[in-house]
Design a protein. Structure first.
Length: 129
């Protein structure tokens, strides 16, 4: 399951790459919309990376919470975009939403399976001291 979890993290990054390409190709450069759109894509890249890290650190509840809550917010933003253009089935927002919803599910799974103890493979934990 870790591999599938990581694949969805990569899929979120790929969705954001599409967002970045669309921003660069379709919006006038250096406008407010262009800057905010690139900033949003940057947030998505960070969430994708966090989810990939979370998939590998199943005992790290802090990363799991941050990734899950951030990705849930990202899913809501994707739905809000589709609502704003009056097309809830638009593939741009729908793709982000579906990938994010799966990642939120994996985040919940991580939290439910973790014992609350830190991952011993992480060098900064008390278990390695």
């Amino acid at each position: 399951m870790k591999t599938i979890d990581r694949i969805f993290g990569v899929l979120l990054i790929l969705c954001c790459a599409g967002h970045t390409a669309g921003t660069i190709l379709l919006l006038p450069a250096m406008t407010g919309m262009w800057v905010w759109s690139l900033g949003a894509a940057l947030g998505g890249y960070v969430l994708g990376a966090l989810n990939i890290v979370r998939a590998g650190r199943t005992g790290d509840r802090t990363i799991a919470w941050i990734a899950m809550l951030g990705t849930a917010c990202w899913a809501l933003v994707a739905l809000s975009f589709n609502y704003s253009i009056h097309n809830m089935l638009d593939p741009r927002g729908l793709g982000h939403f579906v990938v994010s919803a799966v990642l939120v599910g994996f985040g919940v799974r991580t939290l439910l399976r973790s014992s609350g103890a830190h991952d011993p493979s992480y060098a900064g934990t008390a278990a390695s001291a």
